[in-house]
Design a protein around this ligand. Structure first.
Ligand SMILES: [Zn+2]
Length: 446
């Protein structure tokens, strides 16, 4: 069932993509888009490169269907975050194949998925698959800096070229090994972002006479302490309820999570217990259940002996699907209601998003995964971070983060490689990912 015959082709595709340095900024995605256009044209696919600015290319290709079924977009981003070669054991832009792995920046996030999606398009065309709906490929710029020159720009300026009923993108698909079983995730939700700058005012004075001044740093300390330690109320969204149910199902090491579902009031106590064994998992679940607020930047004071009249701090606030940016803003202001002389500024915000799981595509993904791994469990998951899926969900598309990966490295190690060092993916996983995705798309669209 594994498409062994594509091993060499998809591996070369990924190595080549890694060698095209698309570190964002500046991105320089057009070079990668042109490379992919050439690769797709070899199989007779027509491609278009849409630049949001010089060098910021977005590649779009479409296989037409008869229109009997809804359309499907295979989405990925071409840009990567920076890599410091001094920290890596190989050159991060070499795309070298070593010990059965393809190494380099983007090997997981997310040039491997781009390679897999391109391979799937080529195979659909090569095999002359009679599609009942359009299958679209979009490999975009700028995801790592918010998508303004990539997915967001495409959706705003060329919706007719990229909008689809369904979208498959990054953000899930990774198997979490639990008690010897693979639990495959499908990203169905992501939190919203509210980046907030708060300025505390005071009145200046000499450092030798603290009582005579009104120190803005002290005022900011109260704000940071209040927001940084705040535990917002728990709200269980459908994705998280299903996620916790699957975790609890037959997984002895995490069965306490079942009680979370029965009684959210004791959730934090249960998570404190779980954290003693598996801190990463416990804190991930904690962040899935509520709005979080983290102070991330503080600036105040200019000189050793001057009491400052201003201090500002930035807070990274993440909200749940179902909550709104304006409600979150209001609740933060009311938490600080008794502290005077504060000014608020929203730096950036994105609304949260969630897609349902009761769709034919979701059921197909589960079915195909079970054919590859009969024992596996499948669960929807919410990302506490964000992906380009939000732009498509906003316009009504059902989006799933599904980059199928078996766990051939410890789960924690994979999470560390994303935006970290020695990012790599096994050739075996490239073949697995291509095989699963091809099966899903071919069978769902015919
Ligand atoms: Zn990514």
């Amino acid at each position: 069932m594994l498409l062994r015959e594509v091993e060499g082709e998809v591996t070369t595709l990924l190595s080549d993509l890694i060698r095209i340095n698309t570190t964002n900024p500046p991105g320089n995605e057009t070079e990668a888009a042109s490379y992919l256009a050439k690769v797709l044209e070899e199989d007779g696919l027509d491609c278009e490169i849409l630049e949001s600015a010089p060098g910021r290319g977005n590649l779009v290709a479409r296989l037409k269907g008869t229109g009997e079924k809804p359309s499907l977009l295979l989405l990925s981003h071409l840009d990567v975050v920076a890599a410091n070669p001094g920290e890596w054991s190989v050159n991060p832009f070499s795309g070298v194949v070593k010990d059965g792995f393809v190494w380099g920046r983007g090997a997981i996030d997310m040039k491997s998925m781009t390679a897999i999606e391109v391979m799937v398009m080529k195979l659909l065309k090569r095999n002359n698959v009679k599609l009942k709906g359009d299958v679209i490929l979009a490999a975009t710029a700028d995801e790592e800096r918010g998508g303004e020159a990539g997915a967001e720009w495409l959706v705003r300026n060329h919706p007719e070229k990229v909008m689809a009923s369904y979208v498959i993108n990054e953000g899930g698909g990774q198997a979490i090994p639990i008690d010897g079983k693979n639990v495959f995730t499908i990203q169905t939700a992501e939190k919203g972002i509210l980046w907030l700058k708060i300025k505390a005012k005071g009145s200046p004075g000499h450092g030798s006479l603290p009582g005579a001044a009104d120190n803005a740093i002290l005022r900011m300390c109260r704000v940071i302490e209040r927001l940084g330690n705040h535990r917002a109320g728990i709200a269980l969204i459908p994705t998280v309820v299903q996620f916790l149910t699957v975790l609890a199902e037959g997984n002895n090491s995490i069965k306490e999570v079942a009680s979370l579902l029965r009684n959210p009031d004791v959730a934090d106590n249960v998570l404190d217990m779980l954290a003693q064994r598996d801190k990463a998992m416990a804190e991930e679940i904690r962040a899935m259940m509520r709005m979080t607020i983290a102070p991330t930047i503080v600036h105040g004071g200019v000189k050793e002996n001057i009491i400052p009249s201003e201090c500002e701090a930035v807070f990274d606030c993440r909200i749940l699907p179902g909550q709104s940016i304006s409600e979150a803003f209001k609740s933060i202001r009311s938490l600080l209601g008794d502290i005077e002389k504060l000014e608020f500024e929203v730096i950036q915000s994105n609304e949260p998003s969630e897609s349902p799981t009761d769709t034919p595509l979701y059921q197909f993904i589960v079915k195909v995964l079970r054919e590859f791994e009969p024992e596996c469990l499948v669960t929807p998951i919410m990302l506490t971070g964000g992906t380009d899926s939000r732009f498509f969900r906003r316009l009504g598309a059902v989006c799933y983060g599904f980059h199928p990966l078996r766990s051939d490295l410890p789960y924690g190690e994979i999470l560390k490689m994303i935006h970290g060092v020695d990012e790599r993916i096994s050739v075996e996983n490239l073949v697995f990912g291509t095989s699963v995705l091809y099966n899903v798309v071919e069978r769902f669209m015919t």
